[in-house]
Design a protein around this ligand. Structure first.
Ligand code: SF4
Ligand code: SF4
Length: 433
């Protein structure tokens, strides 16, 4: 009866609600699901004789709790990049790979980092590359992570073999779905995007078929560039994924402008008309209800120079919060720490080095605090932030997207405004986000 009410309220099938609830009843370990984390024993099955508490909201009223947001005392989220090596060389790659391909995290270092992460209570610890599966010893790391209650949550383009998938499953690293990127199943388009050769196409198809056979859940990420922005490209994927049982989600994003790949954005970016056509096709797929989930359409790209001031004034205070250095840290393959993956080795954001320091030493270092509590008198004079009367409020905890600021204005202008800020200067290059 209650199940039916929940299903009606959420407009979901009853069996899906049942499946979600079953996971949360007497769960022995925390469950991480997207942005949400559920603690162990989230719901407890009632047994005859158990005491029933009837809570009301007044039981949870407190007078002296400070609910202002602030920087955490220790990071809750860590992403660790093991290697920048890949099996593909995607035209839209945003990684700073040049001169960094040989940097590999020593296995003893990642083990030491994991030990400390567990000890200080890091909630999410994810692995990243490059290609995690090209890191020699990934099995040892994944096993240790799972033992500590972390799911590696990798994103890969590596065509995994049956043995590797079985390993992954045996290690219980498949509680979170594996994310695989696949941009099209028109072979020539795929090869042009990834710059790969035979037998990649057959091998990656085989990986999906194996995941179905081995009952491993996965999600797919499709990046749209000018090489796969025809409806035919999306159709080629739809025809393949339709009816797949272990596909949990399929996400789309337009290829972003890269700071590092050496190509001009116009060499690979898609356009608004192409995205609108794809979006109409995605609407059609959603109407057919071929999947248990609703496909989210890729966002139409936006030229920030054209956003009217009134819209900026309205939207800027509601911008998303930057998690870097607030609760999250990013570890580079050489052990150096930065605040966000796409800043890589930008010197202003390097907070320390885990080859010589502990996580807590880096998190509590003067450099990390100086960056978080940035002083207005240290901002370069040409930046509107240097004289902005809203500086204190703006930089209190929400901060700005440093990545986008650097992308728009250049590496040396890292202390310029967020690109959505009403005071942001015009952007003189083609970035379109
Ligand atoms: S980003 Fe905008 S609001 Fe924030 S300090 Fe800079 S100029 Fe002021
Ligand atoms: S710099 Fe931008 S992309 Fe990076 S964590 Fe902050 S908001 Fe996210």
């Amino acid at each position: 009866m209650e199940l039916k009410k929940i299903a009606n309220l959420l407009e979901l099938p009853i069996d899906k609600v049942q499946k979600q609830l079953d996971m949360l009843i007497d769960n022995p370990e925390p469950i991480h699901n997207g942005m949400s984390t559920f603690p162990p024993h989230f719901l407890i099955e009632y047994k005859e004789g158990d005491t029933r508490h009837n809570y009301t909201y007044t039981d949870f009223l407190y007078e002296n709790v400070d609910l202002c947001m602030g920087r955490l005392d220790a990071p809750s989220d860590i992403i660790c990049n093991l290697t920048l090596r890949c099996v593909t060389s995607c035209i839209y790659c945003y990684a700073d790979r040049k001169n960094n391909m040989d940097k590999q995290m020593p296995i003893e270092l990642i083990e030491k980092i994991l030990d400390e992460a567990k000890e200080i209570g890091v909630v999410h610890f994810k692995l990243m590359g490059g290609e995690v599966l090209l890191y020699k010893g990934w099995e040892r790391i994944v096993e240790k992570m799972v033992g500590y209650g972390y799911q590696p949550d990798i994103s890969t383009k590596y065509p995994m073999t049956e043995e590797q998938l079985n390993n992954w499953k045996k290690m219980r690293a498949t509680k979170s779905p594996i994310q695989i990127s696949l941009d099209t199943l028109i072979k020539e388009h795929l090869y042009e995007i990834l710059r790969v050769k035979d037998p990649y196409y057959d091998a990656i198809i085989n990986t999906f078929n194996l995941m179905e056979k081995l009952e491993i859940n996965y999600v797919v990420h499709t990046v749209i560039s000018n090489r796969n922005d025809l409806v035919e490209d999306i159709k080629s994927l739809y025809n393949f994924f339709k009816g797949k049982k272990h596909l949990l989600n399929w996400m789309f994003d337009p290829a972003k402008c890269s700071m590092y790949n050496g190509l001009e954005y116009k060499a690979y970016k898609t356009n608004r008309t192409a995205l609108e056509n794809i979006n109409k096709y995605i609407d059609q797929i959603n109407q057919e209800k071929s999947f248990d989930f609703t496909l989210k359409k890729p966002q139409l790209m936006l030229d920030f120079n054209l956003v009217p001031k009134e819209e900026r004034i309205r939207k800027f205070p509601n911008r998303r919060m930057c998690s870097g250095n607030l609760n999250a840290m990013y570890i580079l393959p050489d052990g150096q720490v930065t605040i966000c993956e796409e800043l890589y080795w930008h010197p202003r954001f390097l907070l320390g080095d885990l080859k010589k320091q502990t996580i807590m030493e880096v998190w509590n270092s003067q450099k990390a605090k100086d960056l978080f509590y940035l002083q207005q008198n240290t901002i370069q004079k040409s930046s509107p932030c240097a004289t902005c009367e809203d500086f204190a409020e703006c930089r209190k905890y929400k901060h700005i997207c440093w990545r986008e600021t650097i992308l728009a204005y250049g590496k040396d202008k890292w202390d310029y405004p967020d690109i959505l800020c009403p005071k942001a200067p015009l952007i003189n290059k083609d970035i379109v986000i």
